[in-house]
Design a protein around this ligand. Sequence first.
Ligand SMILES: Nc1ncnc2c1ncn2[C@@H]1O[C@H](COP(=O)(O)OP(=O)(O)OP(=O)(O)O)[C@@H](O)[C@H]1O
Ligand SMILES: [Mg+2]
Length: 328
Amino acid sequence: MISLLTHSNPLSYLPHSSPTPSISPFFTHTKTLKPSKLKSLKINSILQYNRKPELAGDTPRVVVITSGKGGVGKTTTTANIGLSLARLGFSVVAIDADVGLRNLDLLLGLESRVNYTVVEVLNGDCRLDQALVRDKRFSNFELLCISKPRSKLPMGFGGKALVWLVDALKDREEGCPDFILIDCPAGIDAGFITAITPANEAVLVTTPDITALRDADRVIGLLECDGIRDIKMMVNRVRTDMIKGEDMMSVLDVQEMLGLALLGVIPEDSEVIRSTNRGFPLVLNKPPTLAGLAFEQAAWRLVEQDSMKAVMVEEEPKKRGFFSFFGG
Ligand SMILES: Nc1ncnc2c1ncn2[C@@H]1O[C@H](COP(=O)(O)OP(=O)(O)OP(=O)(O)O)[C@@H](O)[C@H]1O
Ligand SMILES: [Mg+2]
């Protein structure tokens, strides 16, 4: 039996969602359920939500997953949120816009099935549907890679090419997808500009460290200059033991620094690395892990254009709680 209590050290900040339905109760139900009741909940029971999230906004929702600093979890977020959305019944096309260093195919376990890329489509060497790789687990999830690994951005390939691609995806016979997720390369050079051009919303992934935050702040400015006003953030690799020891910034600190709506908070979890190496995204794990549930909950919020709040939770001593999952 796994306890879902939420008590923690007062130095820690617990993310608290707005009162939308949630597949994971640790952020939302703590105000309504007594700890004794929460204690007895089995982790499986929290997946039994009683409705499908309502899709807000016009389709396709073109969302770029970006960061500034590299290695903070953009591809992990794209894979896990993408498959969560597909599992919720939405049609998803995930575009790996990382030219030369693509790895979304690896995380999804689809690398052996990528025969063509967008570069070949634009050269007229294949049709768009030949470059789309349909996931065998969820037929409403497709992967599209911009180019082959280790290749360079072809001459003339830029934002306009990606806008054309998004338009072509809208006009496909099987209908317009609900979500087009663009996995952005690190940095703020040509690849970044190309990846953000067709997007009308952004998910900014950051870790709670000062270097990632500085880069994230710069990226927010660039996104806004490009006309992307709907920017939400994911705080990844959060370690509550370090927050307690004041060795890591809290989620509340991060939110105050960046001033963005909070889409999700993902704990540091060795399962993420394991699932990456297996090509089996975390959200498919059974039983689910906390990081997997946090990704699912973020996907739910993305659908409904919802966000959560970081709040401080009072300590209740001598109880093992929610943060014990995080090693806290
Ligand atoms: N919550 C987490 N807990 C533990 N490891 C994680 C977590 N999130 C990501 N990682 C690991 O961090 C590494 C980088 O993740 P990922 O490739 O998703 O980052 P990225 O931002 O896409 O990198 P790049 O900028 O190179 O494209 C991977 O090895 C991944 O398994
Ligand atoms: Mg990546």
